[in-house]
Design a protein around this ligand. Structure first.
Ligand SMILES: Nc1ncnc2c1ncn2[C@@H]1O[C@H](COP(=O)(O)OP(=O)(O)OP(=O)(O)O)[C@@H](O)[C@H]1O
Ligand SMILES: [Mg+2]
Length: 287
């Protein structure tokens, strides 16, 4: 086999810059999250932090955590928020059939104070839970996505969950995540991928998330965790009795913008909305 020089892959920084998408904040619909991403700008000759006011545009973010940590709720809030801003969003559902997911999306919209009937036209669902020809066949999935992007001018994509695309095929996880990631980049999507964390080990890092693959490929990872209070120290820290649950949140890396690195207390409200509360470092100060 003779080697081939791929001339198209070589470019000057100046040429690449012309095609570089602008990084701005996309409001996430999750209270307390948008302030945690920032860019660095030069003001009076000095680099300074400027809040993005959302997740970085054109990024593919991974939300990971074990079961029942609020991943789907966050993904739904993100989708509803985009629709409420008049943006077209595609929700790819891999585990729950679309007719059930739509109930959840409606519930999220109501809880967020939006008029569902006014925003629902901006939401498209792709039912990979019911159609195994999508779930089990990545070329079919990508062709269908391309059709949706072309036809409906969608700029935002949610996949819940990416892990569902390689169930029983853990060996192919990396390839599948890479294909989907490259595809979302090609179509300039700002995307949320949900991935299931296999164990509570290293619970606030992307470790063990989606077959060890997702974290290395995507632009950034958000980790959600839950802890049962078992010691009197924890009980004092969180001001909750032993045996109760606390929810935690952390941004475990983001390549496309600066971000807060602290661990935050998180809440799921009675109406089913995820909210980011205080950093744990502040709770310790009050002890
Ligand atoms: N409408 C609601 N009202 C109140 N709490 C809710 C509501 N919906 C979900 N919750 C709470 O939020 C938790 C997290 O839900 P979510 O579906 O987002 O979990 P998940 O991280 O996606 O889990 P999985 O990996 O199993 O899909 C639920 O277990 C429940 O306790
Ligand atoms: Mg879920």
């Amino acid at each position: 086999m003779s080697e081939e020089i791929i001339y198209q892959s070589i470019m000057k920084a100046e040429e690449a810059e012309k095609k570089a998408p602008e990084v701005y904040g996309v409001p996430s619909g999750i209270e307390g999250l948008d302030e945690l991403f920032f860019t660095v700008e030069v003001v009076d000759g000095k680099p300074q932090k400027r809040p993005l006011g959302g997740i970085p545009s054109y990024s593919v973010m991974n939300i990971t955590g074990i079961s029942d940590t609020g991943k789907s709720l966050m993904a739904e809030q993100f989708a509803v928020k985009q629709a409420s801003r008049g943006e077209k969003v595609l929700f790819v559902t891999v585990e729950t059939p679309a007719n059930y997911v739509v109930n959840s999306l409606r519930a999220r919209a109501i809880a967020m104070g939006f008029n569902w009937d006014e925003l629902k036209d901006n939401i498209l669902l792709l039912d990979a839970a019911s159609y195994h020809r999508l779930r089990e066949n990545i070329p079919n999935l990508l062709a269908t996505l391309a059709h949706v992007y072309k036809t409906y001018k969608v700029k935002f994509t949610v996949i819940d969950s990416i892990t569902g695309l390689f169930e029983q095929k853990e060996m192919t996880a990396r390839t599948i995540v890479r294909q989907v990631y490259n595809f979302l980049k090609k179509w300039y999507q700002t995307a949320i991928l949900v991935s299931q964390k296999r164990s509570g080990h290293e619970e606030l890092t992307a470790e063990a998330a989606g077959g060890y693959a997702v974290g290395h490929i995507v632009d950034g990872t958000i980790v959600l965790a839950k802890q049962i209070i078992t010691t009197s120290f924890q009980s004092k820290l969180y001001k909750k009795p032993i045996g109760e649950l606390v929810r935690l949140f952390r941004i475990d890396g983001c390549r496309v913008s600066g971000h807060d690195t602290r661990t935050y207390l998180m809440e799921i409200t009675e109406t089913g909305l995820v909210k980011i509360l205080k950093p744990l470092s502040e709770l310790v100060k009050n002890l």
